[in-house]
Design a protein around this ligand. Structure first.
Ligand code: ZN
Ligand code: ZN
Length: 380
């Protein structure tokens, strides 16, 4: 009979998957989509993307999506609709203002809301793009869109009551309600609480090396928050986005051929729909462009001309990168005086590499050199 006593009741722990936020950054650069249009027009890519977003929403009813357009001169929200655009004072966190219900009674309401908001906002964005906007820059605002995505994720995680509430309920002791009211078991373990979040960038534009510093800052912020950045490249390979995926533990896939463009939906569903936990047990689809997982391009852009450099000079104080020796030996970023005279025009990295290779070959041949005995032995 003790079993019916209230004190022995146990609360069933919430074993379901935590809600997941998927933020998609869609590159809407008209220059890039014009080049892609023979094999992949924007409306086809958008249709595939909507199916992908619906699949994410269908996995878990608590899942959320957010979509940003990385345009030529600015980054804009496609979903949820920002309050300033809709004229209402509704907060963005609850999905924006109430959308008119779809005429199609057979469509699941959240799918219809996402589709309507994205198509309406994208049409408005393209309609307000003037030829002057297009001529000002040929590339896209990835850094701005990434920053918006990260701030939205942080805001959502900070305000999300669902995750922390459920964690506190499971930690509540009915036998002794006062025992753990100040217990920190219900507290969020990571910076973002139990809301899992990831970012997917659909990239169609080449790198803008002028955005190197803000892009890298956004990547490091994402790395610190534990948000993986997935990248799907549809046109030319992007050095910065490869590094973004590598640094944050995301997936980078390049699908640049017309044949792979035809399978965009398949790539999205098989490569990017599984969450980071499920990915541990899955094998990533093979790279179509030939560059394997180890082929990350780690080159950086110099801080002086924003050129992507293979070998450069690094300030020993602030780690700024320069393509050539700085004038007067003064760092352009921090102003520290650097001793450069002994290195001449060539960076120090080149002679050191040559020396190592030489020693390795002489040791392999069994020839003893006077320098090899005193040198640090190479780790086995
Ligand atoms: Zn430079
Ligand atoms: Zn410096």
């Amino acid at each position: 009979m003790n079993a019916v006593d209230a004190t022995s009741r146990s609360v069933e722990a919430d074993t379901g998957a935590p809600p997941s936020l998927l933020t998609v950054i869609l590159d809407t650069n008209p220059h890039a989509w014009n080049l892609l249009s023979p094999s992949l027009p924007l409306h086809k890519a958008l249709a595939s993307l909507l199916v992908f977003l619906n699949a994410h929403l269908a996995i878990n009813p608590a899942n959320q999506v957010a979509v940003l357009a990385s345009h030529v001169e600015r980054s804009e929200w496609l979903y949820p609709t920002p309050p300033s655009k809709s004229g209402g004072d509704t907060d963005m966190l609850d999905g924006g203002p109430v959308q008119q219900p779809s005429d199609d009674a057979n469509k699941y309401r959240p799918f219809a809301a996402v589709e309507r908001a994205i198509t309406t906002n994208l049409q408005a964005l393209l309609a307000t793009t003037t030829p002057a906007n297009l001529s000002s820059t040929p590339t896209t605002m990835t850094a701005g869109a990434l920053t918006l995505a990260l701030s939205h994720t942080s805001k959502l995680a900070a305000s999300g009551p669902t995750s922390t509430q459920s964690a506190q309920t499971t930690a509540f002791n009915y036998s002794d309600p006062n025992s753990n009211t100040s217990d920190s078991r219900g507290a969020a373990p990571s910076t973002l609480g139990s809301l899992t979040s990831r970012v997917l960038i659909l990239s169609a534009s080449p790198d803008n090396s002028a955005q190197y510093i803000p892009t890298m800052n956004a990547i490091f912020a994402a790395q610190r928050l534990g948000i993986p950045i997935d990248v799907l490249t549809l046109a030319s390979a992007s050095t910065f986005l490869q590094q973004a995926a590598d640094a944050t533990g995301g997936i980078h896939l390049a699908r640049t051929t017309p044949a792979s463009h035809a399978g965009l939906l398949q790539t999205l569903m098989l490569g990017f729909l599984p969450d980071p936990t499920a990915r541990q047990n899955l094998i990533l689809p093979a790279q179509a462009s030939g560059s394997g997982a180890g082929g990350v391009d780690f080159r950086a852009a110099c801080f002086c001309h924003r050129r992507i450099v293979d070998v450069g000079f690094v300030c020993s104080i602030c780690l700024s990168i320069f393509c050539e020796p700085v004038p007067d030996g003064t760092c352009l970023t921090c102003g520290s005086h650097l001793a450069l005279a002994s290195y001449g025009r060539k960076p120090a990295v080149v002679p050191r590499k040559k020396k190592k290779r030489k020693r390795a070959t002489t040791e392999a041949n069994g020839v003893e050199t006077p320098g090899s005995a005193g040198g640090t032995p190479a780790p086995a």
